[in-house]
Design a binder for this molecule. Structure first.
Ligand code: UDP
Length: 381
């Protein structure tokens, strides 16, 4: 019997498995899919281009300790992500910045808005769109309404099936208005992609004699929870369970389904060297797809291909067994249901929840790694 069982081989699960294994614990990892690395899973396609099978993932963090930890498992290629929004037939820089003003408005109007923004917030400030909409200045409220309508409202409805006011404010706050000229999507100190991809990074992480991985294994098939006790292969399990999946599934959905949002991925090969000028173009107002990613512009070693691979992402509701859960749905109702499920955990003293799905948080890769590192410290101190 293993000391630790980790359900889910995504970012958080891999870090937990590696940490416990390095401490001398035997770890059993259960993964429903045929691969590790969760939604960061990538592979080289027929055109020789490294593609993210569940969309683009760009690593970025301000935390040197976290950067050093992941650097044990991969070498990196420095990379600054760039995103544009297709608005009124033009490409506008995201995050929406002083530069974007000039891409969207006639120069004289842009200059006017720029002066008011600089005067109100100062150079380098980051202002959430919902905050800008409540500015005391009517010119800024008018500007915010235009940005909200052209960049945020319809994109958010497309991505989540809900407008921003039905979601936590933190969702749109992830993409603040930037009172500056930085053209990068993220401003963190460390920004990179793994030189040979995320699959290799997480495979290296799990390459430890104390870790046994069972792929194609639904935890329900080998594990049962009953009255505060966990049973593994029919025997009582008294070790530590690390759960990174959907919390409602752990408890047989007894209070109903926790909502998650999914994404349908449509890959397309184009017989041209490049398709677009930047790695990602968002389509807030046009088409059914959310964005187009051109992987050649993100990943190393792909430039030699004479073709280019595109990914069109179509947001959709998550349905168990039909598609993959990508994002928790951040509404008040969903949070209340999540808390109800959390109450069930008090019957157990050996279950820890980690990661985007299990913690029901809008985690980036660095957040998921940090949460895992902190949970490991808490459980072992
Ligand atoms: N967002 C938007 N328009 C855009 C990009 C983002 O309205 O062109 C909003 C949307 O609500 C989204 C949120 O900002 O969910 C966060 O965007 P981010 O790029 O962080 O989403 P990710 O793709 O990383 O999940």
């Amino acid at each position: 019997m293993s000391d630790v069982v980790v359900v889910g081989a995504g970012v958080a699960g891999c870090v937990m498995a590696e940490r416990f294994a390095s401490r001398g614990c035997s770890v059993l990892m259960l993964e429903r899919r045929r691969h590790v690395a969760g939604n960061c899973y990538d592979r080289v396609d027929d055109s020789g281009i490294l593609v993210g099978m569940y969309g683009p993932h760009i690593f970025h963090t301000d935390d040197a300790r976290l950067w050093e930890y992941l650097s044990r498992f991969t070498s990196w290629r420095p990379y600054h992500h760039e995103v544009r929004a297709f608005v009124d037939g033009r490409l506008v820089q995201l995050p929406f910045s002083l530069e974007s003003l000039y891409q969207l408005f006639p120069a004289s109007l842009a200059k006017n808005f720029e002066a008011i923004l600089l005067d109100s917030y100062g150079y380098g400030a980051k202002v959430p769109i919902l905050e800008l909409r409540h500015s005391a200045l009517k010119e800024l409220r008018a500007l915010a309404d235009i940005i909200y309508d052209k960049i945020f409202l319809h994109y958010t409805i497309k991505q989540w099936g809900l407008p921003p006011d039905k979601l936590d404010d933190e969702v749109t706050a992830r993409l603040p208005i930037l009172i500056g000229h930085d053209s990068r999507y993220f401003q963190d100190r460390f920004q990179a992609v793994p030189k040979r991809g995320y699959s290799e990074l997480f495979t290296n992480m799990l390459n430890h004699k104390n870790i046994k991985i069972m792929l194609n294994t639904d935890f329900h098939d080998v594990m049962k929870l009953n009255d505060g006790e966990i049973f593994l292969f029919g025997q009582r399990f008294c070790g530590q369970l690390i759960y990174t999946g959907q919390l409602d599934e752990l408890f047989g959905k007894k209070f109903g389904e926790l909502p998650y949002r999914s994404m349908k991925m449509k890959f397309e090969t184009v017989d041209a060297e490049f398709f677009q000028d930047v790695p990602v173009v968002n389509y807030p107002n046009d088409y059914d797809f959310l964005r187009i990613t051109e992987f050649k512009r993100i990943n190393p070693g792909s430039f030699r291909s004479p073709r280019t691979t595109l990914l069109y992402e179509y947001p959709q509701d998550y349905t168990a067994g039909k598609n993959e859960p990508c994002y928790p749905l951040f509404t008040d109702e969903a949070r209340t249901l999540y808390e109800k499920y959390c109450g069930e955990l008090s019957r157990f003293d050996n279950i820890a929840l980690v990661g985007r799905l299990a913690e029901y948080r809008y985690y980036d890769i660095d957040d998921a790694v940090m949460s895992a590192l902190k949970t490991f410290e808490r459980l072992t101190s």
